[in-house]
Design a binder for this molecule. Structure first.
Ligand SMILES: [Zn+2]
Length: 186
């Protein structure tokens, strides 16, 4: 193998690269000024065991993934809408889908993180957690008629929505009761 002659003096470095990196034979060939095949022959002859290349996206080295993990550690992070996340970190929403999916699949962020798409629901929840107001009033404030049903849906999906701070009084209670009754009849 005449071509390997070029490697003279660099064999130790190449052995090290083969053992410690996951660089392809092609890239190593470029680095050492020989062909991909020459690297392959060398590797075979030396009987080197190469490290297994981790499959898929490397979240540890991804700036975006690291920032997403950071945000997800905030309390009640599932109630932060994707709009706010994108606005904070920059970029496009489509770009986030992939990173979020990877992070969820690997259990690095909660399954619910990044799932809230409605900016209004985010605003409504922010009020709901802080203020003692009827759910209906909060909904009206942010322009959401169905905030109550959004809460119900989220609860069904396992979101940790605490009880309302607002204590429904006699009139409200009877109004809600009669509404429930009316719905049952339908
Ligand atoms: Zn990433």
């Amino acid at each position: 193998m005449g071509r390997l002659g070029i490697l003279k003096g660099k064999e130790d470095n190449l052995v090290k690269d083969l053992k410690e990196t996951t660089l392809s034979f092609r890239k190593l060939g470029k680095k050492y000024g020989v062909s991909r095949q020459a690297i392959h022959v060398f590797y075979k002859r030396q009987g080197i065991k190469r490290p297994v290349k981790p499959r898929g996206h490397q979240t540890g080295g991804c700036r975006l993934c690291q920032k997403l993990i950071q945000i997800s550690k905030k309390p009640r992070s599932e109630f932060i809408s994707i709009h706010t996340i994108v606005k904070k970190l920059g970029g496009s929403r489509a770009e986030y889908r992939y990173h979020l999916r990877t992070l969820r699949d690997r259990g690095l962020v909660d399954e619910k993180f990044g799932r809230l798409h409605s900016k209004r629901a985010e605003e409504a929840y922010a009020i709901y957690f802080k203020k003692r107001l009827p759910i209906r009033t909060i909904g009206l404030k942010v322009g959401m008629k169905n905030f109550q049903s959004v809460i119900r849906k989220h609860r069904e999906l396992g979101w940790n929505v605490p009880p309302s701070l607002y204590v429904y009084g006699g009139w409200e209670r009877s109004r809600i009761q009669s509404e429930i009754q009316r719905r049952k009849k339908r």
